[in-house]
Design a protein around this ligand. Structure first.
Ligand SMILES: Nc1ncnc2c1ncn2[C@@H]1O[C@H](COP(=O)(O)OP(=O)(O)OP(=O)(O)O)[C@@H](O)[C@H]1O
Ligand SMILES: [Mg+2]
Length: 273
């Protein structure tokens, strides 16, 4: 773990003993075993783990959308009790209003929070330009490609000027080329402003390309099995020897979760749904 995030000072998000059990079809589903995680201010942390291991659950708890069954999450030392504009959430599905233009979609948050129309529009236009969509302000989501919609989703979150970006497989539905472009753009914007980012992904490559640290989670019920710093200088070349070595290490850590340490697919059925 990095020195920055071990100390309480500089900690942006802190999860302590956070666990979640859902009640589903007359039985308990343990989604998350107690998780401890500290994310430093300005840090980019990726959460990597097999399907169903509780990544979205953890992110939704940090977002304040659902409560934890045990433990607590704090931001800047204060308990998280619900959603707030200081934590922006980007989902895999493009959470846009289909009946609003790109501009109105991005203006929505600041307007709801009481910003005047002129100021909200100026802020929205600036964010739209930042994500490279100048000229598309009057288009509707249905007129955009998946990558463009996801850019709008990011602009929309940024228009609220969040301190923390919570991103749940935001590029998972995109083709490889668009995904690479958006990863690069996201990093560029992050380097400019250094929001704290908690980013869920299935992709080892994506985690290595983006993260300061990679949090590896076990198969359901999820818990943290490893926290691996990515000590590869940016901009990262995934074909550099240290990136290849890290990819082998992270792939093994994730595959151990899927296949079991001896390569037995015994637990596979549990979480493939
Ligand atoms: N509202 C809910 N009610 C009941 N069970 C739930 C609920 N939400 C999640 N679960 C269960 O909790 C477990 C973890 O789900 P979660 O969505 O957090 O996984 P994930 O790691 O994000 O998976 P994926 O990579 O497929 O998105 C799963 O077994 C899921 O079925
Ligand atoms: Mg998920």
């Amino acid at each position: 773990m990095s020195e920055r995030s071990d100390g309480v000072a500089g900690a942006k998000i802190r999860a302590e003993g956070v666990a979640k059990t859902f009640w589903s079809h007359d039985r308990d589903v343990v989604a998350l075993q107690p998780v401890d995680l500290t994310v430093a201010d300005g840090e980019f942390v990726c959460i990597l783990g097999p399907s169903g291991c509780g990544k979205s659950t953890l992110l939704r708890i940090v977002a304040g959308l659902i409560g934890a069954s045990a433990g607590r999450v704090t931001m800047d030392g204060r308990p998280i009790r619900g959603p707030g504009p200081e934590r922006g959430l980007v989902f895999q599905e493009y959470a846009l209003f289909p009946w609003l233009t790109v501009l109105k979609n991005v203006m929505y948050g600041p307007t709801v929070r009481g910003l005047g129309r002129v100021e909200a529009e100026a802020r929205a236009r600036a964010q739209i330009a930042r994500v490279g969509l100048e000229g598309f302000e009057q288009q509707y989501p249905r007129q955009l490609s998946g990558g463009m919609k996801q850019r709008v989703g990011i602009a929309r979150v940024w228009a609220n000027q969040p301190d923390v970006m919570l991103m749940d497989e935001p590029f998972g539905a995109l083709d490889a080329i668009t995904r690479n472009i958006l990863q690069r753009d996201l990093l560029k914007l992050w380097l400019e402003e250094r929001h704290t980012v908690l980013f869920v992904t299935h992709s080892v490559d994506e985690a290595i390309f983006l993260a300061d640290r990679v949090v590896v989670m076990s198969a359901r019920p999820g818990r943290i099995t490893a926290i691996v710093p990515v000590a590869v200088p940016r901009p990262r070349d995934l074909l550099a020897p240290e990136a290849i070595a890290l990819k082998a290490e992270l792939t093994r850590l994730v595959e151990d979760q899927v296949m079991g340490p001896r390569g037995e697919p015994s637990r596979l059925r549990e979480y493939v749904n």
